[in-house]
Design a protein around this ligand. Structure first.
Ligand code: FE2
Length: 436
């Protein structure tokens, strides 16, 4: 990609509350951040009008091989995880590499428009043809100028339950998949689940790869796989390289047990990814009333010093028929489900789809400091809380110092009898919403 001309953003605010800040991008990096920066010769200058600069959104957990396949070959009638897995199994023989790549690339366009520039996607390896793996490797190559795509080898049908899953997973890693995945709660017994965790962590240790495992994605209070995952991380020296995704059973666990479990996760430096949209939809389906919310214990995990990210998980696929790649919608649902309504809690939810998620993915050069990659957004909001409240428009999306997407500001022009007014739902005083 050709190097972009210098780009100077003038008079923005930052997520940490600083106002009237300029940001200069040069040579694909952030060269300077501060008030009153001089424009270098030939620089493109954008007046931010007080709107907020943010590092790009990061989705720590997604399934790009299934995205946008809603209705193929039918809809999920029960709305459960297990029917979703069955439905995906019905679709798999009908898939082609071209169809998977086409849908994934269409989603990547949505992602860029939403300012979502890094995605960790799981890819099903329980198909001996490895169609989805080949398709997403090609997608990773094609979108690399705009999106950092990490692939997780995911044995959807169970590592031990599916006879060729382990061999296929190994082949997927040989082809260049980045992370070792798993799904211990889908094995036939708790013992098989624990064995799958051991085998997968040993494989990751041998190959020097990170681990990101679907873990305890059920309402079963006795599911214990994340405990095994933390234990294996410690035994094999994988601290800081292991992520447990979903962990919804923790919602239903006995509080005494959780008081032992969370310190174990912290000690093993296991990262956690919660998927608020999908799990508020899937969990509690066997409950009458009260219905459990089924999201893992986000505030308690954060309080223990554990890195927690939010993922979108699914968009228009066998498990979830909604979504549009909007990580602010994900943050909003996480905020509501975990009742993180304090200002600090709202900021933590914003972090869970930006810098917190970047830490889970191990992204290098991420942030708004000088020296970081010049990947950033201009949001039509004046604070992280306002960005979540409004699912703020992504006025600009910048990748490597070049503007790759522009979105019109959200405003309405009212004619109310003799009175005209402009409404944009932000806390900005009315009458002066300059935007780029
Ligand atoms: Fe998932």
């Amino acid at each position: 990609m050709p190097t972009a001309a210098p780009l100077l953003i003038r008079r923005a605010c930052l997520p940490d509350g600083r106002q009237d800040i300029d940001l200069l991008a040069e040579g694909g990096r952030i060269a300077a951040v501060g008030p009153g920066l001089a424009a270098p010769p030939g620089a493109e200058i954008v007046e931010a009008g007080g709107w907020m600069l943010s590092p790009p959104f990061v989705d720590a957990h997604f399934h790009m091989d299934a995205t946008l396949s809603l209705g193929l070959p039918r809809l999920n009638e029960s709305g459960t995880l297990l029917e979703g897995i069955r439905l995906w199994g019905e679709l798999k023989p009908l898939l082609t590499e071209e169809a998977i790549a086409g849908r994934a690339l269409a989603y990547c366009d949505w992602a860029v428009a939403r300012g979502l520039l890094a995605i960790r996607t799981h890819v099903d390896v329980c198909d001996d043809r490895l169609l989805a793996v080949r398709a997403l490797l090609e997608v990773r190559r094609r979108v690399a100028p705009w999106i950092d795509l990490q692939l997780v080898a995911f044995p959807q049908d169970g590592l031990l339950r599916s006879p060729t899953a382990l061999a296929n997973l190994d082949r997927a890693l040989d082809l260049g998949v980045d992370v070792v995945g798993g799904i211990p709660h889908f094995e036939r017994t708790m013992a098989d689940g624990a064995e799958s965790v051991r085998l997968l962590c040993e494989l990751a240790a041998r190959r020097g790869l990170p681990v990101d495992m679907h873990c305890d994605e059920s309402d079963d209070p006795l599911s214990r796989h994340v405990e095994t995952l933390a234990c294996q991380a410690q035994r094999l020296g994988l601290q800081g390289r292991v992520t447990g995704s979903h962990l919804t059973s923790m919602h239903s666990m006995d509080n005494y047990y959780v008081s032992k479990l969370i310190p174990l996760l912290a000690e093993a430096q296991v990262h956690v990814v919660a998927n608020p949209l999908i799990n508020i939809m899937l969990q509690g389906r066997h409950d009458t009333y009260p219905k459990r919310r089924g999201m893992t214990r986000v505030p308690e995990l954060l309080a223990a010093g554990i890195h927690v990210a939010f993922g979108h998980d699914c968009v228009m696929d066998p498990w979830y028929g909604l979504g549009s790649g909007d990580m602010l919608e994900v943050a909003s649902m996480g905020l509501h489900v975990a009742q993180m309504s304090s200002l600090a809690g709202q900021r933590q939810c914003f972090d869970a789809v930006t810098c917190g998620a970047a830490r889970v993915l191990g992204l290098q050069g991420y942030g708004l400091e000088p020296g970081c990659r010049a990947d950033f957004l201009l949001l039509q909001a004046r604070s992280p809380a306002e960005a979540i409240r409004l699912r703020a428009q992504r006025l600009l999306v910048v990748r490597a110092g070049a503007i790759v997407s522009r979105m019109a500001p959200a405003t309405a022009e009212l004619s109310l009898g003799g009175r005209s007014a402009r409404v944009d739902f932000t806390s900005r005083p009315t009458g002066s919403p300059p935007t780029p």
